[in-house]
Design a protein around this ligand. Structure first.
Ligand code: NAP
Length: 473
């Protein structure tokens, strides 16, 4: 059916749209804005007029479909005249200053800049709230996947208890390669770079910082409290070895880099943490004890039957546990110019509708005031890899040490390694070592750390090869 005009739109309204950046995402946003102008007008009730595209280099080769006269290097002038500003330049400056200028001039802002939101999000959100303008950033987390608006709007009447996300396609591609081919990290990274899934400098991806920026955004919206990057404990995947991946696989697990935001009891607290939003603090939510929120990113073992274990290649997914809705999963492309442009355009349509229909600019609540918890507040299961002397009594000594530190063992697997010695017929008589793979029941970070320290002191331990957290069991 052909789309006709919006029934409540003032006839003939035109909204000026300024686009900052014309790279992977910006070029696709410009193309769709121009190609789909009639449909976008029908959906919003206003003509979305692309007034200019700010770039650094006017001479750089561009998509031939985009009119040359739209390009400018004067981003500030473009911003001052706009009703909607789409920031797709990336980086901190001048993106930050241009967004602040847009807000001061009463424009709605759409951005995909997770690095900027992680660095200075609270300032931008507060300025937008104060000015009554909409600041949207669906593209900043999990690319094309509609995840922020469902959390902010569709689940606004529910209580989210936990969010688990695969929000970095590069690391998911690398870990998936390691799992399916047995490759070492460096080889899987080289393959990701060859295929364009990893940048020449992959440190923000493989070090966990990119996922941490997204975790802060997911946690802020899920728990109605602004969390910054400094509230996120993050670890990357550079120390995950092919042996870890193989051992996890053998035991029925897959290793994923997960962004996790979850409500947890505040260790040692007995009084309600806040009365502002008691349901979130947990005081009246049935748990009886005050709660905070742990936000973290780390390589994690997941049972292979967990829905997130089936997320392969560079795809992203976010798994949400909510009190009434139960378990929800959102899956799709986490990056790519055209896919990400879809999320940007969704925000542009939402901003345009608001400008046409009026109404409050505030689109998220920050009334939770839930304290951020450090990694030491987390209790989870752990996977520990040990290389130990192959001699009687070792297993018993290790099990006793775990028990002394209140860490209870769920499973333990032992593999004996005895290298063949040339000229020796009796291989069993050769000295070797035992590889132990231990999965614990839930234990606190502090207990686990103390256990690992004590284990390292034992004279029969050759090395602790890995310590990884386990979720979903
Ligand atoms: P990109 O390909 O590097 O494009 C950046 C664009 O911004 C270029 O057109 C560049 O101009 C322009 N630009 C940069 N600095 C500028 C300045 N100082 N003044 C004027 N123009 C400037 O970036 P992208 O991949 O499209 O990403 C854009 C944003 O979307 C980033 O914040 C990114 O994190 C986010 N994002 C990207 C993806 C994705 O799949 N790519 C997914 C989700 C979110 P020139 O062309 O003249 O150099």
């Amino acid at each position: 059916m052909q789309e006709t005009g919006h029934p409540r739109a003032p006839k003939g309204k035109t909204l000026k749209v300024a686009l900052l950046g014309c790279g992977n995402v910006g070029s696709q946003v410009a193309r769709i804005l121009l190609q789909d102008a009639p449909a976008l007008a029908a959906r919003t009730g206003a003509t979305l007029a692309l007034t200019g595209i700010a770039v650094r280099d006017l001479e750089a080769p561009r998509d031939a479909q985009l009119p040359r006269e739209l390009f400018t290097t004067d981003a500030a002038a473009l911003v001052r005249e706009a009703d909607i500003v789409i920031e797709l330049m990336g980086g901190i400056e001048p993106a930050r200053t241009l967004i602040l200028t847009a807000i001061e001039h009463g424009a709605c802002v759409v951005t995909g800049n997770k690095a900027l939101l992680a660095a200075d999000g609270p300032t931008l959100y507060e300025k937008a709230d104060a000015a009554g303008v909409q600041l949207s950033y669906e593209a900043a987390v999990a690319g094309a996947i509609p995840i922020l608006r469902p959390i902010r709007d569709s689940l606004a009447g529910d209580r989210i208890s936990r969010v688990l996300g695969i929000v970095n396609g590069t690391t998911n591609f690398i870990l998936d390669q390691m799992d399916s081919t047995g490759a070492q990290f460096q080889d899987a990274l080289a393959e990701a770079q060859r295929l364009g899934y990893a940048e020449a400098d992959p440190s923000a991806d493989v070090g966990g910082a990119d996922a941490a920026a997204k975790a802060a955004i997911l946690a802020s919206l899920s728990f109605h409290t602004r969390f910054a990057l400094e509230n996120v404990h993050y670890e990357g995947i550079t120390s995950v070895s092919a042996a870890d991946v193989a051992a996890a696989k053998e035991a029925g697990y897959v290793i994923k880099l997960l962004a996790i935001a979850e409500k947890l009891p505040i260790p040692g607290a007995s009084a309600p943490a806040t009365e502002t939003e008691p349901a979130v603090s947990g005081a009246l939510a049935g748990s009886g004890s005050p709660e905070g929120v742990s936000v973290r990113v780390h390589p994690t073992l997941l049972p292979r039957e967990h829905p997130l274990a089936a997320v392969h290649g560079a795809f992203n997914a976010v798994f949400i546990e909510a009190e009434s809705a139960g378990e929800l999963m959102f899956y799709g492309q986490g990056a790519g110019g055209t896919a990400t442009a879809s999320a940007v355009l969704g925000d542009v349509v939402s901003a345009a509708r608001r400008l046409v229909l009026g109404g409050p600019g505030r689109t998220e609540t920050t009334t939770g005031h839930v304290p951020a918890l450090g990694i030491e507040a987390v209790t989870t299961s752990y996977y520990i890899g040990l290389e130990v002397a192959d001699q009687p009594g070792v297993l018993a000594r290790i099990a006793q040490l775990f028990a002394e530190h209140q860490v209870s063992i769920e499973t333990i697997r032992q593999t004996i390694h005895r290298p063949a010695v040339p000229g020796s017929a009796d291989r069993d008589a050769q000295p070797g070592f035992a590889e132990l793979r231990i999965v614990t029941h839930r234990a606190s970070e502090a207990s686990l750390a103390a256990t690992v320290r004590a284990v390292k002191e034992l004279d029969v331990i050759h090395r602790v090869s890995s310590v990884l957290r386990v979720e979903g069991i």
